[in-house]
Design a protein around this ligand. Structure first.
Ligand code: HGY
Ligand code: MN
Ligand code: MN
Length: 413
């Protein structure tokens, strides 16, 4: 039996309320640093303060709510996730981890339970990385993993990160002040929807995450020759979009058929001048590879270079491969996995172990603290879409296990 019970109605009410902020008929629009993102951030701050947390925003824009423990000389145990979404995303990705962490604090307050460790609820900024093609920006800032390219990044409209950070209370000129050293946090726990099909298919309510995937992001820019669509003979064309399209299929085959890495995705494609009567003079594709094995990602990068070199010869185009970012995969240690499993069992839930195909803030925080992740099912495995859904019961189950995990860690660390 769990020591305390979270309030199922309340956690689902806060999920409902947060889900209305930045919502649209096409899905959630809380893209990092946008006005919609700010509405979600303001709501999270309000909920943290109502739970009695002392809130602050660090120079990277991360929102941190803190609750004293009986021994404040101990490092804090942190829980959290992110409230920013992908464009037209879902209501549960990230949001559940932040709202559940707040629900845990509210339950401890109601029960008058004072933990030994101070506790922190963290809402990390820009986990998704849509706007500047750099993800986990808040959690990497806190974990000392930010790179110069992150600071120099500009969005598709040429806007830089600095002013966006200022909009949400951060300060790029002092961003290094957000860094926390190993030892400052005793542990970090993240509840998250699975975003894949396995728990939903098996009917298992709780996932014990064994590791978080690595990821390699690239942009490929192709230069051909713009020309008249009606008068240019097929044999003399240097069509950048045809070349890009062949690369799209070859990149999909790298995972689907050659099994070089677990998954490969081309998520964006652009043609210039994007006019039906002009042969595209240039084109670009945005792509990513994922695998828990970093050697597989290295092999995927090699194959990408090979097929683009071949395209230069076959299609008489010029090609530039831009390497945006490699994120290292992170194993969850066996003892942290065992503690999540024990928390699930104490709550009376079946659980199963599985890796995360999605990236998470926990994989950055692992650089400075022990981490563990709890998954709950995603209906039909759908995520990063307005169809994303987890049942109220699954949301409550996850929050319940998060509370139990926190109490186990407070006793033992
Ligand atoms: O893209 C991901 O894996 C995560 O949802 N940001
Ligand atoms: Mn997420
Ligand atoms: Mn996501």
């Amino acid at each position: 039996m769990p020591r305390y019970s979270i309030n199922e109605t309340r956690i689902n009410q806060t999920m409902q309320e947060l889900g209305e902020l930045g919502d649209s008929p096409e899905g959630m629009l809380r893209v990092a640093y946008s006005p919609e993102d700010i509405t979600g951030r303001d709501y999270a701050i309000k909920m943290m303060q109502e739970a009695g947390l002392e809130t602050r925003i660090d120079t990277a824009g991360n929102i941190i709510g803190r609750r004293s423990g009986s021994d404040d000389s101990l490092p804090a145990i942190a829980m959290g996730s992110h409230t920013d979404t992908v464009p037209k995303g879902g209501k549960y990705d990230g949001a559940l981890g932040v709202m559940a962490a707040i629900e845990v604090i509210r339950t401890l307050e109601e029960q008058g339970h004072n933990t030994r460790h101070p506790l922190e609820v963290i809402n990390f900024t820009n986990e998704e990385g849509t706007r500047f093609h750099r993800w986990l920006v808040g959690s990497r800032s806190m974990s000392g993993l930010l790179e110069q390219e992150d600071l120099d990044a500009v969005d598709d409209d040429g806007l830089s990160l600095g002013p966006c950070l200022a909009d949400i209370g951060g300060d790029i000129s002092r961003i290094e002040e957000a860094v926390r050293k190993p030892g400052e946090l005793a542990a970090y726990f993240e509840l998250h929807i699975e975003q894949g099909p396995y728990l939903d298919r098996s009917g298992t309510p709780i996932g014990v995450v064994t590791g978080i995937t690595g990821r390699a992001v690239f942009e490929v820019e192709i230069e051909g020759k713009a020309n008249h669509a009606g008068t240019t003979p097929m044999s003399t064309r240097r069509d950048a979009l045809v070349s890009a399209s062949k690369l799209v299929l070859a990149i999909q085959k790298m995972a689907a058929e050659q099994e070089i890495c677990r998954v490969s995705t081309v998520g964006s494609i652009k043609a210039v001048p994007n006019a039906v009567n002009v042969i595209p003079g240039s084109a670009s594709i945005g792509l990513e590879f994922r695998d828990t094995n970093m050697e597989a990602l290295a092999a995927a990068e090699q194959e990408l270079q090979r097929i683009t070199d071949q395209a230069v010869i076959d299609d008489a185009v010029d090609i530039d491969v831009i390497r945006h970012r490699f994120t290292t995969s992170v194993p969850i240690t066996p003892d942290m996995q065992a503690m999540v499993a024990e928390a699930a069992e104490n709550c009376g839930f079946e659980w199963e172990s599985l890796p995360s195909g999605a990236g998470h803030d926990a994989q950055a925080v692992a650089n400075i603290a022990p981490v563990a992740m709890i998954f709950v099912p995603s209906l039909d495995g759908i995520s990063h879409s307005k169809e994303e859904y987890s049942t109220p019961q699954d949301c409550a189950n996850g929050a319940q296990v998060l509370l139990e995990l926190l109490l186990l860690a407070d006793d033992r660390f």
